[in-house]
Design a binder for this molecule. Structure first.
Ligand code: 4BW
Length: 151
């Protein structure tokens, strides 16, 4: 199998660049918001994928939407964290790419998002494609193919 370093940009697929599912922090549909906030704070990520009990992708959830949800007029209504579940406020209108998609399809998908989820045709979760992975690869390609030097 050829290494990603040897591949042209046009031959690279999202599978070559994605973080695979077992390394991705995630929460589940029925988790209370308290658990989701704990995962987000502990992992340090702003947002993570939401999966159902079959490990199918159903959305994403981030710190800002949780904090907005519990923000009352004068205080954070912390009790809401255990009363509400992830499925009530998660984002579901998210772009999804597949492992077989090309680098350029990944680049187009990521323009408006810090990460996009990777799933198969049945929505089984394969991982995420991050802006970091795309940018790192673009930088490598720029310096290796154009004989450019680091400024
Ligand atoms: O814990 C971290 N380790 C490292 N190495 N980098 C981190 C970490 N947390 C944040 N960063 C950096 C990355 O460059 O800050 C960027 C913005 O993080 P974010 O969005 O706002 O939490 C990171 O950019 P990125 O690697 O291109 O990741 C984009 C987004 O993808 C992150 C986060 O929402 C999600 N993400 C990345 N790796 C993840 C993950 N979500 C769950 N599990 C992972 N392993």
């Amino acid at each position: 199998m050829s290494m990603i370093q040897d591949k042209n940009l046009t031959d690279i697929t999202i599978e070559d660049l994605m973080i695979s599912s077992e390394k991705v922090a995630h929460v589940q549909l029925n988790n209370p918001l308290e658990h989701a906030l704990l995962v987000l704070v502990k992992s340090g990520y702003s947002a993570v994928p939401v999966l159902d009990a079959q490990y199918k992708l159903v959305g994403t959830i981030g710190k800002t939407v949780i904090l907005n949800q519990i923000l009352g007029l004068e205080r954070f209504e912390i009790e809401k964290l255990s009363d509400m579940q992830v499925k009530q406020i998660m984002r579901t209108d998210i772009p999804v790419v597949s492992k077989e998609n090309t680098f350029m399809e990944g680049l187009n998908a990521i323009i408006d998002y810090p990460f996009v989820c990777v799933a198969d045709a049945d929505m089984y979760f394969d991982g995420i494609l991050t802006r970091r992975a795309i940018l790192k690869h673009l930088r490598r390609d720029y310096y290796s193919t154009k004989n450019n030097t680091i400024q």
